[in-house]
Design a protein around this ligand. Structure first.
Ligand SMILES: *Cc1c(COP(=O)(O)O)cnc(C)c1O
Ligand SMILES: [Zn+2]
Length: 405
């Protein structure tokens, strides 16, 4: 049995073909590279029924993942997160058929673990010794921890304002961690300079600058479809920063269609951003193919504070091609949605995931979502990674003091 059916890398912009079996970053034209597979061979040898008996991790889709040798898989048990019905929250938002794909349950507490598992496994397989990356927190934390599991060194630079727990995750894993007085783009420039001066010793694993993080993240798309019994929902909402998850889910849907695992219309994909950082929404509304950098970006939903995405054209293509949309919600609305979700469903979602729930309400009000639609929200991480987003005002009592009835 062939573990991976990876054939080559394909430039997302100029479509030049690249060798997949050497460490690769961007195409000469500056665009991200996408992994391509011999899907005809997969179609002949694997059916959805064959997948049913495999272990419940993202590696169940190994034929369409890039790791050649199963022995090189670096795993902490990531994948096959629950797809939960949220009937009460759905009722409150006007869409009773609301479902949540809960990525708060993966190792490291965010869906970044998917990209890290596949990206680190493949980087190690291809001989990398040290990875280097900028991050808004969760990605750096995930890559540092998976790098430790793979015995790779890691260098991580993150904004000082990134969620504090992600510093601890990097530090405890032994990463070389640097805090930057700036945004993720500023950290990115510093990493880029360091990598260029490292004589090939450092491998740049910035968002979309290596081709395999997206492969890990695309498995969310495979899982949603498998968990629905090899059927698509009507709509998928995704809190969008660099957009890797959204691009990945779109890629997975196209692959599954080519594999004959799904037929018919694809789900409409929705990019959700914060009003304090909404470059994709602005570009979508203007009908553009690329986005302008967002000045002075700011939001409590730190994972989607990305003023300029390298894969902006891929995000926008996915929205246009699926009849989707892009929408921004303000911090007040997303924090209210976070609380509502916890009160009605017992789910403490991250602020980024909460933004997507707030977007459901807006889109239903506008009539873009119909009441009878099946809508999947990606909760991209655990609320407990962001304790500061919740204001706790409770009484403190002296020992023996009577509790109020
Ligand atoms: C990184 C991140 C996002 C945005 O993911 P992209 O795929 O880069 O758009 C959303 N939510 C959380 C919790 C994140 O860490
Ligand atoms: Zn190119």
């Amino acid at each position: 049995m062939t573990y991976s059916r990876l054939t080559h890398l394909d430039c997302a912009r100029c479509h030049r073909r690249h060798d997949a079996d050497v460490l690769a970053n961007l195409c000469d034209c500056g665009s991200p590279l996408l992994a391509r597979y011999d899907l005809a061979a997969v179609r002949e040898t694997v059916t959805p029924a064959d997948l049913a008996g495999r272990p419940p991790t993202l590696w169940r889709y190994h034929e369409v993942l890039p790791v050649r040798d199963e022995a090189n898989v670096v795993s902490l048990g990531e994948g096959m997160t629950p797809l939960l019905p949220l009937p009460r929250l759905g009722e409150a938002l006007g869409v009773p058929g609301l479902l949540m794909k809960d990525e708060g349950l993966v190792p490291t507490g965010s869906f970044k673990a998917r990209g890290a598992a596949v990206g680190v496994s493949r980087a190690a397989e291809l001989g990398a010794s040290t990875i280097a990356m900028p991050t808004n927190g969760n990605a750096g934390a995930a890559w540092a921890l998976y790098a430790a599991r793979a015995s790779l060194r890691s260098v991580v630079a993150m904004p000082v304002d990134a969620p504090e727990i992600t510093r601890a995750e990097c530090a405890v894993s032994g990463a070389d961690l640097y805090l930057v007085n700036g945004l993720i783009g500023d950290a990115g420039k510093m990493i880029s300079e360091l990598v260029s001066s490292s004589d090939g010793e450092l491998f740049d694993t910035s968002t979309l600058k290596e081709p395999y993080r997206i492969e890990g993240k695309k498995t969310m798309g495979y899982e949603i479809v498998e968990q629905l019994g090899w059927r698509c929902p009507d709509v998928i909402l995704y809190p969008t920063g660099g957009g890797v998850g959204l691009i990945g889910i779109h890629k997975a849907l196209l692959e599954m269609r080519e594999l004959g695992w799904i037929t018919g219309k694809l789900p409409r994909l929705v990019a959700v951003q914060a009003t304090g950082c909404a470059p994709i929404v602005k570009a979508f509304e203007a009908g553009e193919r690329t986005a302008e950098p967002w000045p002075d970006s700011k939001t409590v939903a730190f994972g989607i504070n990305v003023p300029k995405a390298l894969g902006d054209f891929l995000i926008l293509d996915a929205l246009y091609e699926t009849g989707g949309t892009a929408i921004a919600v303000d911090d007040e609305a997303l924090l209210a949605a976070q609380e509502l979700c916890a009160r009605l469903e017992g789910a403490f979602v991250c602020p980024e995931g909460a933004a997507a729930f707030a977007a459901v309400r807006l889109l239903r009000k506008e009539g873009w979502l119909a009441e009878d639609e099946e809508v999947v929200v990606l909760n991209t991480g655990a609320g407990i990674k962001y304790p500061d987003t919740v204001t706790v005002s409770v009484p403190t009592l002296e020992i023996g003091e009577k509790l109020p009835r």
